[in-house]
Ligand binder design. Structure first.
Ligand code: AKG
Ligand code: FE2
Length: 300
């Protein structure tokens, strides 16, 4: 018998000490980048209250999203075959509401919907070097997440050491994280996949946990492995961020993938070098490049 999403969620990481993910109110950040990265301290963090007073985002609950996307063709993964497929939003939302959705929309680009230009990454992320997206990048700076109730996303690390975020507009998602220093040694040497290690390999390893609800943003720092269970149909926006903040962690994660022959389609170091050339003189950027040169040297 196949395991339910809840059973998979419960079993994925064996047993170990659990700590709650920190939470910070958006109002206390005042949109300041330094305040946000300080609140995170390099760990996952939840930012709360992001719909308060935001007319656009506040109207994008399940019903609002359904109305905005009427007539749009969506891309997502078949829950049966895991193949990427295209289907009409009308059909998808009808299925989502009846609990019979055949697809999981993980990374549908906002740029190809009527929400283009109307929603964006919160200002506290500061700059984003992949935001122009003009380089044929396989990662999206802004995408929609439309998840059927009962979905389970197995343990994985987001590629290229990107920072990730997801702002939930309606629904409920449960997240569990393991720090890079624990996940990296458990990465499969061939697939570079942390999900290949048996649950017992994670026994005793500290995990950070949280529930994410409407109006709350989950920040996923570079290299943190995560599992996600979605008990209620959920809608959200999210994306990948690459900037001078936590750059060393980004490069460390990217290099660990490169060392196993993966994630060579995006040149993170070149994007950092371009930021320096454009006049970004943040010390963290210089430190990142120095670390990159050292790791590059060690691999060659
Ligand atoms: O929502 C999910 O099930 C997975 C989300 C995720 O892994 C991510 O945003 O990086
Ligand atoms: Fe992820």
């Amino acid at each position: 018998m196949t395991k339910s999403a809840e059973q998979q969620w419960a079993a994925a990481l064996g047993t170990g000490p659990t700590r709650a993910v920190r939470r910070v109110a958006a109002a206390s950040l005042g949109g300041r980048t330094e305040a946000f990265y300080e609140a995170s301290g390099g760990e996952p963090v939840v930012v709360t209250g992001l719909l308060d007073g935001d007319a656009t985002l506040g109207g994008l609950d399940l019903a609002g999203m359904q109305a905005v996307l009427a007539g749009v063709e969506l891309e997502g993964y078949s829950r049966e075959t895991s193949e990427r497929e295209t289907f009409s939003a009308g059909e998808f939302f009808a299925e989502l509401r009846s609990g019979r959705a055949r697809h999981n929309v993980v990374d549908h680009p906002v740029a190809s919907t009527p929400l283009r230009g109307r929603v964006g990454a919160p200002p506290f992320f500061g700059s984003n070097w992949i935001a122009d997206g003009g380089e044929g990048l396989t990662i999206s700076p802004l995408s929609l997440t439309l998840t059927p109730a009962g979905n389970f996303t197995p343990l994985h690390v987001d590629s290229y050491g990107m920072q990730g975020w997801m702002l939930l507009l309606e629904g409920l998602k449960c997240w569990r994280f393991v720090a890079p220093e624990h996940s990296r040694p458990r990465m499969d040497p061939v697939s570079a996949d942390v999900g290949d290690a048996p649950p017992s390999a994670w026994n005793g390893v500290e995990r950070l946990e949280t529930e994410l609800r409407g109006g709350e943003l989950m920040f996923i720092p570079p290299g943190w492995a995560h599992v996600v269970w979605t008990p209620e149909a959920s809608v959200g926006v999210g994306g990948s961020v690459l900037n001078e903040h936590v750059l060393e962690a980004t490069l460390a994660s990217w290099h660990s993938e490169l060392a196993l022959g993966h994630s060579d389609e995006v040149d993170v170091a070149a994007l950092a070098a371009r930021a320096i050339a454009a006049g970004n003189d943040a010390p963290s950027l210089r430190h990142g490049i120095t670390a990159h040169d050292r790791w590059q040297h060690a691999r060659s």
